[in-house]
Design a protein around this ligand. Structure first.
Ligand code: G6P
Length: 478
């Protein structure tokens, strides 16, 4: 039995099985994994996650009770759920990533999508089953009055399902995404919207990355459920229960990041990059190839910048990391193709024999991206909408001189906006102009802003972020 449990779709490790049947374990990425490293073991955390692939599933089948030994990663114990592949696919791809992600990032192409037919009803059933599998495992594993931290849009129904089984538990839900305003959230079928909101409201504490997303969630509760919302106290009362809404602005662990970025593999990538770009200025972006990251408009902005400022031809390079993500979804495959098309057009238009204006990296190469942060003169982060955006926080910690061009629609803008050059992510000319202002920014201003950005970025490192949420569940312990 465990007194602290974390539940998330993606866990801290994944597995690969080689042709000869040997199982290899790989550490997963992301803030949550680093947040739990170190504190996980001390607190006796049990992490419950889903098997994401057939290789994960075969690892689980070899492990008694789905409990996997991952000692060495220091994140406590792990239980991976072997959810049937078809159910997982419908819950993860069709509902979580194609519906809830799209709603909260305002990604629909409204004249055509969404369209909720009988197929969606089946997918929604699978999402319920998948959330139910998490609730069941958590109910089995949690000690009396244990604290359970349920993560993200994959698991919006789990708090209500778990509460029904185990009313003694203290449950938190945390959204790592933005939250849509009611007029957009209500694109969802009424009963689905209601189930999602009520699912989260069954938690004692509903956490968000910024005040803006917390407010949007409360607005949805008021507009769609008729819940009683106290905006100043950040509470939502619905059907006799009160849920506290909290804002926890996940930041980066500056020390750990600097240590990693100082390792020899990063240094050698730096030398290789320096050789490739010479003494030219570097505009860097680092993203998953994700619709909400707005990579195409970012490239179009660079193109506008080159058109408006011929004096920079031959003197600047745009290093764009756009590594693969969610390729099971056709929208992502198409988006990846349009990023590549746009990059080729810029190459054709501007490349000369001795100048490559754009380097597009499509491999997920973490040490190379750390090297890029360290060399950047400008960091471009222009999402349409983003829960937080950790690139905007990692960059200023690692780069000694980068100016940050930041979308006003990224959650990170709430903390960093004052020291960044803020842009409207749809305004390609405005973004091009900000790229230019970032390049010509005087050194002393650059240094001053970077220092302030780095301080804001490290204000709430993952370990403290986690501790804050655990504290938030202590209020009714008496
Ligand atoms: C977002 C979500 C995370 C998720 C990540 C990667 O940041 O908030 O929960 O882990 O995207 O998405 P993936 O579908 O690859 O797990």
């Amino acid at each position: 039995m465990n007194s602290v449990l974390v539940a998330s779709n993606r866990g801290p490790v994944s597995f690969t099985v080689s042709d000869d049947g040997v199982l290899t374990m790989k550490r997963g990425g992301g803030g949550l994994v680093s947040g739990l490293s170190g504190v996980g073991k001390d607190l006796g955390v049990l992490w419950v996650c889903a098997a994401l692939s057939d290789d994960d599933r075969s690892a689980v089948r070899q492990a008694p009770g789905g409990r996997l030994d991952h000692a060495g990663y220091d994140t406590g114990a792990l239980r991976m759920l072997d959810i049937p592949a078809a159910t997982f696919h419908r819950a993860y791809n069709a509902v979580a990533n194609s519906t809830l992600w799209f709603v909260n990032h305002l990604l629909y192409d409204i004249p055509n999508t969404p369209s909720f037919g009988s197929r969606f009803q089946r997918e929604w059933e699978s999402y319920r089953d998948y959330n139910g599998a998490f609730a069941l495992a958590l109910a089995e594993e949690a000690a009396h009055e244990a604290r359970v931290m349920v993560q993200d849009y994959h698991l919006t129904l789990t708090p209500a399902m778990l509460r029904a089984e185990r009313p003694d538990l203290r449950i938190a839900h945390f959204s790592h995404t933005p939250w849509a305003p009611p007029e957009y959230f209500s694109l969802l079928p009424d009963e689905v919207a209601r189930e999602v909101l009520e699912g989260i409201l069954a938690a004692d504490h509903a956490g968000f990355l910024t005040a803006r997303w917390a407010q949007a969630f409360m607005d949805c509760c008021r507009a769609l459920l008729g819940a009683d919302v106290d905006g100043a106290a950040r509470t939502v009362t619905h059907e006799g229960r009160t849920t506290r809404v909290g804002v926890h602005a996940l930041g980066v662990d500056g020390e750990a990041l600097r240590r990693r970025a100082g390792e020899p593999d990063v240094e050698s990538h730096m030398s290789a990059l320096r050789e490739q770009v010479g003494d030219r200025r570097l505009i860097v972006r680092i993203d998953r190839t994700e619709l909400s990251k707005n990579i195409v408009r970012g490239l179009l902005s660079y193109r506008e910048f080159l058109a408006a400022h011929p004096e920079w031809h031959g003197r600047v390079v745009h290093l764009a990391f756009a590594y693969p993500s969610r390729h099971d979804l056709p929208e992502y495959r198409e988006y990846t193709a349009s990023v590549q098309r746009c990059a080729q057009e810029i190459e054709h238009e501007y490349a000369t024999e001795d100048w490559d204006p754009l380097i597009l990296n499509v491999d997920d190469d973490y040490p190379r991206s750390l090297a890029a942060y360290r060399l950047a003169d400008v960091l471009l982060v222009n999402p349409i909408r983003d829960g937080m955006n950790l690139v905007a926080k990692e960059g200023p910690v690692l780069s000694p001189r980068a100016a940050l061009v930041l979308s006003r629609e990224a959650g990170a803008a709430a903390e960093l906006g004052e020291h960044a050059l803020l842009v409207n992510p749809y305004d390609v000319c405005g973004t091009a102009d900000a790229l230019h202002r970032a390049l010509v920014m005087p050194d002393d201003e650059r240094a001053r802003r970077r220092e302030l950005l780095a301080a804001a970025a490290t204000a709430l490192p993952p370990q403290r972020w986690l501790a804050e949420q655990l504290d938030a569940l202590n209020y009714d312990l008496g």
